[in-house]
Design a binder for this molecule. Structure first.
Ligand code: FAD
Length: 407
């Protein structure tokens, strides 16, 4: 009996394993991962962990004893090199691992910075615990930092660094922060909040090179020739799905491992979940031509792990969870339900300091961004889950009772 093998011991892979046992799966279960730590949460790496408010133990999803108690065979520090689909084996440096069912949960890796000097000492990326430890150590003595990319991770880092008194400049090609992910209204709020905390922005700015002296970075040069000195450069320009191992095994990939509504690949013995998976969802309406998306979030990793575990334990159901996400930037909390896109029509509700933007696409509610307004976020998740329609006029009317609608 080979049982279920989960490739990738991150948020999604761990969840699939844990949920399989919860769902009553009694067969052999193996979790293979190339990192050495127990499966852990990444979100604190750019928040509480970076700020020194929690330690590595606080990141673990479960203590080691949990894996033993639930008979989850954990193989840390093991790189899978190939999938032998005909032989139903995962090929690793430590020999083959046989499977009846393989779950690909390989996550994503940081997009490399395509400019000269990207490999100088003092240039950091942030994905794993080792990255966070190196960055945290560098931050302790840093006076000036450059952040490349005004996405979630870059901005979370900027907030932590600025709070420590570091002089932070964020450079970004677009004209506002989080341009692909949030509405102009929400972007404007966070721009103002970061600026009030001392962070400087350079929008519409391309990076030409990372400069260095004796192998260490001394700052960056922008495309327009501007030189910005810094001892630390944090690159946050997005991620690429870890799909190569699936691709080489002949599985369909297209910015993610392609799966159907049940998170199955075209090989009935192989599924894919989490950051590495591209799947169909009603929330992709108007977002992608074929109605599929790839989502990088804890919610998606957990809910897909659960959904898949249900199927493997004999209770198949299509994946239909409502997407939601959060980002903590300084004292401000952003929560998003649904999937927004540039071009959505935004309707704002609330005050200057605590508001939500209801985003409509083709007249339908597509996403709700809540800034310091957790109540709206919970209501939004319920509206999406129930499919309850909301009109832009209702969203804009402060006297309209949203909570009552969501019950
Ligand atoms: P991962 O957690 O990346 O796990 C994949 C694992 O597979 C990794 O350990 C990888 O090394 C391993 N692997 C890959 N290939 C192989 C191989 N060939 N052999 C062996 N092992 C392999 N999401 C939110 O919703 N809110 C947040 O606030 C938030 N903050 C974040 C902050 C940071 C700094 C980062 C990096 C991410 C954040 N995210 C956040 C995103 C969230 O952490 C991810 O969406 C989630 O971790 C995805 O889980 P996953 O299991 O799909 O991938």
């Amino acid at each position: 009996e080979a049982g279920v093998v989960v490739l990738g011991a991150g948020q999604a892979g761990f969840q699939a394993a844990a949920s399989l046992r919860e769902a009553g799966f009694a067969g052999p279960l193996t979790l293979v991962g190339d990192e050495t730590a127990l499966p852990y949460q990444r979100p604190p790496l750019s928040k509480a962990y970076l700020a020194g408010k929690t330690d590595a133990e606080g990141l673990a999803l479960r203590p080691a004893a949990y894996l033993d108690e639930h008979r989850i065979g954990f193989r840390p520090g093991l790189v899978a090199e190939a999938i032998d689909r005909a032989g139903r084996r995962l090929l690793t440096g430590d020999g083959p691992v046989h499977y009846d069912h393989l779950v690909i949960a390989t996550g994503a890796r940081n997009r490399p910075l395509p400019v000269p000097g990207a490999d100088l000492a003092g240039v950091y990326q942030l994905r794993g615990l080792a990255d966070a430890d190196a960055l945290k150590a560098a931050l302790a003595t840093c006076r000036a930092a450059i952040v490349v990319g005004a996405g979630f991770i870059g901005l979370e880092f900027a907030a932590v660094a600025a709070a420590r008194g570091v002089d932070v400049t964020v450079i970004e090609l677009a004209d506002r922060p989080m341009a692909r992910a949030v509405s102009p209204e929400t972007a404007a709020f966070f721009r103002g909040a970061h600026e009030a905390a001392g962070v400087r922005f350079r929008f519409g700015a391309g990076l030409a090179a990372v400069e260095g002296r004796d192998g260490r970075t001394s700052g960056v040069t922008l495309a327009d020739g501007t030189a910005l000195p810094a001892e630390l450069v944090l690159v946050g320009i997005g991620v690429l799905p870890n799909q190569e191992i699936a691709d080489r095994a002949g599985l369909a990939v297209a910015d993610g491992v392609r799966v159907d509504a049940f998170l199955a690949t075209e090989d009935p013995a192989v599924s894919a979940i989490g950051d590495c998976a591209r799947f169909p969802t009603r929330f992709a309406h108007g977002l992608s031509p074929d109605g599929t998306v790839r989502i990088e979030s804890v919610q998606n990793a957990i809910d897909q792990g659960r959904c898949l575990a249900g199927r493997l334990a004999g209770r198949p159901a299509p994946y239909a969870a409502v997407p939601w996400f959060w980002s903590d930037q300084g004292p401000h909390k952003l929560q998003i339900a649904g999937l927004g896109a540039p071009g959505d029509i935004g309707v704002r509700r609330g005050t200057e300091a605590a508001f939500s933007v209801f985003r409509f696409r083709d007249g339908q509610l597509a996403a709700v961004e809540s800034v310091n307004r957790a109540g709206d976020h919970m209501v939004a998740r319920r509206l999406f889950a129930a499919g309850t329609p909301l009109t832009p006029d209702q969203a804009a009317d402060p006297s309209f009772d949203l909570k009552a609608l969501a019950i």
